[in-house]
Structures are given as structure tokens and as C-alpha cells.
Write a protein that binds this ligand. Structure first.
Ligand SMILES: NC(=O)NCCC(=O)O
Ligand SMILES: [Zn+2]
Ligand SMILES: [Zn+2]
Length: 472
């Protein structure tokens, strides 16, 4: 791979903003300085643009079986769309099955991703039960696979839901092994009860998905998960926080000194529950779990990001076509596959709605979309920052261009965009993954299978390109 110099851009990290040039050699950033000239190096002009570390999406479901169907974007279309949107690494959820070796789904996830991913990728491992077999397998999964985060679902009764004992045992095991536990925090039993009541009363429209999953069910589960984390003296990351009820519980746990972190998603910051009332079943496009909330929650979530009570943003990418997939739930909202297309717009929504509207600073934007995620999930400082020795995962971002989000221009494989017609400011122009162009002048120029599988460091450890893992 030849050398490249990125010139005249404004480099932005989670803590600093400065004008400098970057030299890229052998997949990494090898020099940062003013007026760099290197004979034979390709010059990439970033005048007028920000130069960000590539976004890291900690929460994707690519080609995931759900609700009798499979999410539409796979590791090919999903990672191409991610790259267009300024994301250069994703961590996808590997879904396990009870009574089976954890190795089987991991193999399946490798098979799904290896020849398709155009950017780097890692896996989280879902834990649905903790048996002796699972406990015996887990240590080698950390060391051999570099999978250092486990997800437990407290919702989706009779599908993914684990009980409190499983969550507690997972927290204890994670502490021993050095893994981060992620939790989908909604009270699945209460939701099941409310869903049965709604269906018995003939309430089958998409809006009842939201009405049967109230904020209290999310707040209660979040509080329970954080308390169990305190009891186990472990570490917890609450995914897709949708409402003030849950954000408050995370803040309280952190104030108590618990090692608890929270992620929100673009949809909860921008869309609200009224979208689920759209006619002609269009409300189904906006069915996520947890559901969209009343609008006033959005200011609370933005403030939580600004004040550090929530720390990251994930896409929760789990896309289904409106025609042929979402419509499986016509006449019964419980059959609408949960999730939406979000991998491409995560970065730009946070920039446009967050930085441009003065809700967060530019450096917070980088921290929330990249640096903090790299630190929590064992990728830092190989990923998540711009420094000498880091992977040259770079986004050259035009902060002034105005555009309209639409299914007509997005690169995700589905037949709608959740932000259809929304105007945003700012766009990734050129994106590099380990020094190679993936997006050049807004065009995809990457290679299927060029993405590397990421073996991640344990919770609290660094991952560098020099020595594989360094303790801190
Ligand atoms: N969030 C959602 O609605 N779908 C994806 C699966 C999950 O994260 O719960
Ligand atoms: Zn979830
Ligand atoms: Zn999810």
C-alpha cells in the first residue's frame, strides 16, 4: 500500500481540535505535523473539512434472524452503508441458541461476514443461559476469539429473554474474565402481560407496540440491572436507552459509583411516538424495542449525552423492508419485526442535530461516536482516535453541505428511510479504512472482504498495533 498524506484538514479527536496533516503508511497513521510533504505519497486534500477518527458502531444486527424473518442488510450492504455514513468499524451481535455450543453461532457469524465486510468488524456474544458448558467455553472465547462483551436480553419473553439469575451469573463471570456485560433493559414479563391485554381488547395497530412497552418497564429493568451490577461488583453497558426513566437510573447508578454506561440511538433523539400512528400501517416502519417515546424525552437524552450521563450512540441497525417484512405484523403488532435502518445515518444525525444545533461540542461528538466506544469495547487506541500508531481509519467530513435523507439516496438495502425528507448539515466525503479508500468523493471504492475481524482487548485493557494487548 502506498503512502498517503491528508493535507489541510482540521483534525478533531475526543479532546482536541487542530489543523495538521497526516501521513499514512502501512495501514496506520505514521506522522502528524504541519506542511508534511513526502515524495511519492498520494495527497488527499481535506481543506475546509474536518478529519475525524472513523466512527465505531457498537450495536448492529446484520443478517440477524428475528420474528420469523432475517434483517435485510447483511455484512455487505450494511458495511457499505456504514462506510458511506462515516463508520469504519462495527460490532455485531452474535445470537446464540440454548443448549448448543457457543462456537456454532460464532462460526456462522464468521461465515456471514468474512467475504463481505468492507470495514473492520467484531462480535458481541449473546448469553441466553449460563450452564456449566457455557462457563467452560467462555474463557477460550475471550482469548481465542477476542469477544470481550456479552449481551443479555431482559425482554423478548420466550425468545431471547434471560432471567435475573442468568444476568447475575453473567455479570459475575464477566467480572472474573474481564468482559463488559451489555443489557437490553425492558421488563419482558410485564410487557408480555400488557401485550396479552391489548390483543384481547382488539388493539392490534403498531402504536400498541409502544403502549404495551411503557417507559416504566424500561426504567424498572434498567434499575434492576444496575443493582445487580453493583451486587456483582461488575461492569454494565445499557444498550438503546430510549427515555428519561432509564437514563435517570443509569445516572443514579453512576453516582453511586457503579461501573455502568449507557448508549442511546439516533431514533430516540429525533423521532417520537407519534410516528407510530402514521396511517396505512406506516407506523410499523417505526417499531423498535424499546419503542419511540413522547417527544419531551429527547431533550432529556441530549442533556444526558452532553453531561456524560449517557456516553455513546449505537445505530441498533436491524433493518426490514416495509413491504414483505414489516407487514408480517398487519393485524397483530406483535408480529412486526422490531428494528430499523440506521447504520448509515448515525454519524450524520449526531453531527447535524447535535453539534450544529449546539447540543454537544465537536469533541463530544467524536467521543460519543468513536473514542468512548473504542475504550469500552477493547479497541483503543488502535481504533477511536487520531494518533501516531493508530489504524488509519479516517473520515474527511464536509461540515457545511446540506442534504436531505431519503430512501432514494441511501445505501441500505431496505425500501424506506426512517428519516425520509429530513434535512441535515454535514456529510462524509472520503472515508479510509486502515489507509485504503472505502469511500472516495462520496463514491464506494472499497473491496468486499477487505474488512478485518477485530479481536478485542478485555474490558479496561488497551489494544495497540505494537503489542497486542497492554494492561492499564
Ligand atoms: N431494537 C430492536 O427493535 N431490534 C433489534 C433487536 C434489539 O436490539 O432488541
Ligand atoms: Zn435490544
Ligand atoms: Zn439491538
Amino acid at each position: 500500500m502506498g503512502q498517503k498524506v491528508i493535507k489541510n484538514g482540521t483534525i478533531v479527536t475526543g479532546s482536541d481540535t487542530y489543523v495538521a496533516d497526516l501521513l499514512i503508511e502501512n495501514e496506520v497513521i505514521s506522522m502528524i505535523g504541519r506542511n508534511l510533504t513526502v515524495d511519492g505519497a498520494e495527497v488527499v486534500d481535506a481543506s475546509g473539512c474536518y478529519v475525524f477518527p472513523g466512527g465505531i458502531d457498537p450495536h448492529t444486527h446484520l443478517e440477524m434472524p428475528f420474528g420469523g424473518t432475517v434483517s435485510k442488510d447483511d455484512f455487505e450492504t450494511g458495511t457499505i452503508a456504514a462506510a458511506h455514513g462515516g463508520t469504519t468499524s462495527v460490532i455485531d451481535f452474535c445470537i446464540t441458541r440454548k443448549g448448543e455450543s457457543l462456537r456454532n453461532p460464532i462460526k456462522e457469524w464468521h461465515a456471514k461476514s468474512k467475504d463481505k465486510a468492507v470495514i473492520d468488524y467484531g462480535f458481541h456474544l449473546m448469553i441466553s443461559e449460563v450452564t456449566d458448558d457455557v462457563l467452560n467455553e467462555l474463557p477460550s472465547i475471550l482469548t481465542e476469539e477476542g469477544i470481550t462483551s456479552f449481551k443479555v436480553f431482559m425482554a423478548y419473553k420466550n425468545v431471547f429473554q434471560a432471567d435475573d439469575g442468568t444476568l447475575f451469573q453473567t455479570l459475575k463471570t464477566a467480572k472474573e474474565l474481564g468482559a463488559l456485560v451489555m443489557v437490553h433493559a425492558e421488563n419482558g414479563d410485564v410487557i408480555d402481560h400488557l401485550v396479552k391485554d391489548a390483543l384481547a381488547a382488539g388493539n392490534t395497530d403498531p402504536i400498541y407496540h409502544a403502549l404495551t412497552r411503557p417507559p416504566e418497564a424500561e426504567g424498572e429493568a434498567t434499575a434492576r440491572a444496575t443493582q445487580l451490577t453493583g451486587l456483582a461488583n461488575s461492569q454494565l453497558y445499557v444498550v438503546h436507552v430510549s427515555c428519561d426513566e432509564s437514563a435517570q437510573k443509569i445516572k443514579e447508578a453512576r453516582e453511586r459509583g457503579y461501573d455502568v454506561w449507557g448508549e442511546t440511538c439516533p431514533q430516540y433523539l429525533v423521532l417520537d411516538q407519534t410516528y407510530m400512528e402514521k396511517p396505512n400501517f406506516e407506523g410499523a416502519k417505526y417499531v423498535w424495542s424499546p419503542p419511540l417515546r413522547e417527544k419531551w424525552n429527547q431533550d432529556k437524552l441530549w442533556n444526558a449525552l452532553k453531561n456524560g450521563h449517557l456516553q455513546t450512540i449505537g445505530s441498533d441497525q436491524c433493518s426490514f423492508d416495509f413491504k414483505g417484512q414489516k407487514d408480517l405484523g398487519k393485524g397483530d403488532f406483535t408480529k412486526i419485526p422490531n428494528g430499523g435502518p440506521m447504520i448509515e445515518d448515525r454519524f450524520s444525525i449526531l453531527f447535524s442535530e447535535g453539534v450544529k444545533k449546539g447540543r454537544i461540542t465537536l469533541n463530544q461528538f467524536v467521543d460519543i461516536t468513536s473514542t468512548r466506544i473504542a475504550k469500552l469495547f477493547g479497541l483503543y487506541p488502535k481504533k477511536g482516535t487520531i494518533s501516531v500508531g493508530a489504524d488509519a481509519d479516517i473520515v474527511i467530513f464536509d461540515p457545511e453541505v446540506e442534504r436531505t435523507l431519503s430512501v432514494d439516496t441511501h445505501h441500505m438495502a431496505v425500501d424506506y428511510n426512517a428519516f425520509e425528507g429530513m434535512k441535515v448539515t454535514g456529510e462524509p466525503v472520503t472515508v479510509l479504512s486502515r489507509g485504503e479508500f472505502v469511500i472516495k468523493d462520496k463514491q464506494f471504492v472499497g473491496t468486499l472482504g477487505a474488512g478485518n475481524y477485530l479481536k478485542r482487548a478485555r474490558y479496561g485493557e488497551l489494544l495497540t498495533n505494537d503489542s497486542d494487548k497492554v494492561s492499564v
